[in-house]
Design a protein around this ligand. Structure first.
Ligand code: ATP
Ligand code: MG
Length: 424
C-alpha cells in the first residue's frame, strides 16, 4: 500500500505568503507563478528552494514515479552526491573537455571530487560487489537524487535548474535482447507516469539521438512553447521525432510521412537510454555467463526531472489567474474557503466541513483567514487547487455552499447536505 499524504491544514497557519509580482529577473512563467503562489523560493539563477506547498507537489510526483518504478521491479536506493574523480577518469568523463557541466570541489588534502551530475559511474562501480554470475541478472535500481549541473543558460525556471531533483533508474542485463525487453517495459511505465501527473495528452514518445551505444534513444517530450526542443509530432499516431534525428530514414523506420507531422516546440520531461557496455567495460562490471565466460553487463539508464515535470505542468496548465493543478499532484484535494470567519454560523459550518472532508480521506487547505473575499478568491485561483468549496452567509442562509472547479472557472450552488455525495 502506498503511503497517502492526507495532511490538511488551516491557511492561517501556512507561513508562506502569496505575492502580486514575481522577481524582476525571473522570465519563466512556471517560476513566476510558483514564486507568486508561494510554492518555491528563488535563491539565485537556476537555484530554487521548495516551500511547503511546492514540496507537497514534488512529493506527489515522486510517489507516482516510485509506484511505477517499483511496478517495473526497480529497487530504490540513494547514492552519494560527492563523487570519486578516479572512477570518472576510467570512463573518460572527468575532463572538462569531455563534460563541461561539472561542478567540482577540492578536499583539504588537495584531492578533487565531483558533485554528482549523473550516477552511471558510481552505480556501475558498486554493482561489481553484487553482480557476479548470470543468476544475479537482471537488476534495476533507481533513486531520487539532487543533481548538480553548471548549465550555461538557466532561464527556464525549475525546468532547467543548476541543482535539481532527478529520478534515475539503471538497468543491468545479461545481454542486448534481455535489455530491450526491459527497455520496452519502461516505455509503458513512463507513459503511465505522464498520464498520472496530468501530462498524458501533451506528452509524446519521441525518437531521439542515441549517442553512446544505440544509434537512437527515446525521449518523452511535452508540447509547450516554454520548451527548448523542436519535435515533429503525429498527434494521431502519438509519436514524435526530435529535430536532431529528423531524416527520411527515421520517418521510414517509424512509418510516418512528412505531411502528417507537425513542427512544435517541446520540453524533454524524461528519457530512456541504451548504454550497452559503455560503462561496464571500463569500470569492469563483468559476470560469468552459462559457459563461465567473463561477459560485460549490458546497461540502460532512464531519467525523469521532477522539477522539470512540475514546471511543465505549470506552463501547460495555468491561466491569467494562476495555476490549475491536475488532481493527482495538487498540494491538497480541496480548498475550503470561509468568506466570513468571524461569523459564528459560517465558522462552525466550515469547521464541520473541514473535519468531514478529512474523514472522507480528502486533504484540505482551509482558508480561515480574516481577509476580504476578493483577496481569498485571488489567492485560491493563484494556488490552483482543482476544487474550491466556498462558504458565505448569503448562500448558507438558503442552505447552499458554492463549489468551483478551478479548471472551468465556474461555480455552482450545491445544497450543504449534498456536498459530500457530490465530491465523492
Ligand atoms: P537537456 O537536453 O534538457 O539538458 P539532458 O539530455 O541533459 O536534458 P539527462 O541528463 O538525460 O537530460 O537527464 C534526464 C532528465 O533530467 C531529463 O529528461 C530532464 O527531464 C531532466 N533534466 C535534465 N537537465 C535538467 C535540469 N537542468 N533541470 C531540471 N531537469 C533536468
Ligand atoms: Mg542537459
Amino acid at each position: 500500500m502506498a503511503i497517502i499524504d492526507n495532511h490538511s491544514m488551516r491557511q492561517s497557519a501556512l507561513f508562506t505568503k502569496t505575492r502580486r509580482e514575481a522577481p524582476k529577473d525571473e522570465v519563466a512563467k512556471n517560476a513566476q507563478l510558483l514564486i507568486r503562489a508561494g510554492f518555491i523560493h528563488k535563491d539565485m539563477t537556476g537555484v530554487y528552494s521548495y516551500l511547503p506547498l511546492g514540496l507537497k507537489v514534488l512529493k506527489k510526483i515522486e510517489q507516482i514515479i516510485r509506484e511505477e518504478m517499483n511496478e517495473l521491479g526497480g529497487q530504490e536506493l540513494f547514492l552519494a552526491s560527492l563523487q570519486n574523480k578516479e572512477l570518472w577518469e576510467k570512463t573518460n568523463r572527468w575532463d572538462d573537455a569531455a563534460v563541461d557541466i561539472w561542478f567540482k570541489t577540492e578536499l583539504k588534502n588537495g584531492a578533487f571530487l565531483g558533485l554528482g551530475m549523473t550516477h552511471e559511474e558510481p552505480i556501475t562501480n558498486l554493482m561489481r560487489e553484487h553482480i557476479r554470475s548470470i543468476k544475479d541478472l537482471p537488476v534495476a535500481a533507481y533513486q531520487f537524487q539532487t543533481k548538480f549541473r553548471n548549465e550555461l543558460r538557466a532561464k527556464s525556471g525549475i525546468m532547467r535548474g543548476r541543482e535539481f531533483l532527478m529520478k534515475d533508474l539503471y538497468s543491468f542485463s545479461k545481454n542486448e535482447q534481455s535489455h530491450f525487453e526491459f527497455y520496452e517495459k519502461t516505455k509503458t511505465a513512463y507513459t503511465k507516469i505522464y498520464q498520472r501527473v496530468g501530462l498524458g495528452e501533451s506528452t509524446f514518445l519521441t525518437f531521439a539521438s542515441g549517442g553512446i551505444f544505440a544509434p537512437y534513444s527515446h525521449e518523452f517530450q511535452t508540447i509547450t512553447d516554454a520548451g527548448e526542443d523542436v519535435i515533429y509530432v503525429s498527434r494521431e499516431k502519438r509519436i514524435a521525432i526530435n529535430k536532431e534525428v529528423y531524416t527520411p530514414e527515421v520517418m521510414k523506420e517509424l512509418g510516418v510521412i512528412a505531411e502528417e507531422l507537425e513542427e512544435v516546440k517541446s520540453v524533454e520531461v524524461g528519457n530512456i537510454f541504451t548504454l550497452g557496455t559503455r560503462f561496464s567495460e571500463p569500470l569492469e562490471l563483468f559476470y560469468n555467463d552459462e559457459k563461465g565466460e567473463r561477459t560485460p553487463v549490458f546497461m540502460g539508464s532512464y531519467g525523469i526531472g521532477l522539477g522539470r515535470v512540475m514546471g511543465t505542468i505549470v506552463e501547460t496548465m495555468s491561466d491569467e489567474k494562476g495555476i490549475i493543478w491536475p488532481a493527482e499532484v495538487s498540494p491538497f484535494n480541496i480548498h475550503l474557503i470561509s468568506l466570513d470567519p468571524k461569523d459564528e454560523v459560517i465558522r462552525s459550518t466550515c469547521d464541520e466541513l473541514y473535519n468531514a472532508f478529512q474523514q472522507m480521506g480528502k486533504s484540505v487547505l482551509y482558508d480561515d483567514r480574516d481577509l476580504r473575499p476578493g483577496e481569498k478568491f485571488n489567492d485560491a485561483d493563484l494556488i490552483g487547487i482543482p476544487l474550491q468549496i466556498i462558504v458565505g452567509s448569503k448562500n448558507l442562509t438558503n442552505g447552499m455552499v458554492e463549489m468551483k472547479e478551478r479548471a472551468k472557472n465556474m461555480a455552482t450552488l450545491v445544497p450543504k447536505e449534498k456536498i459530500f455525495a457530490t465530491i465523492a
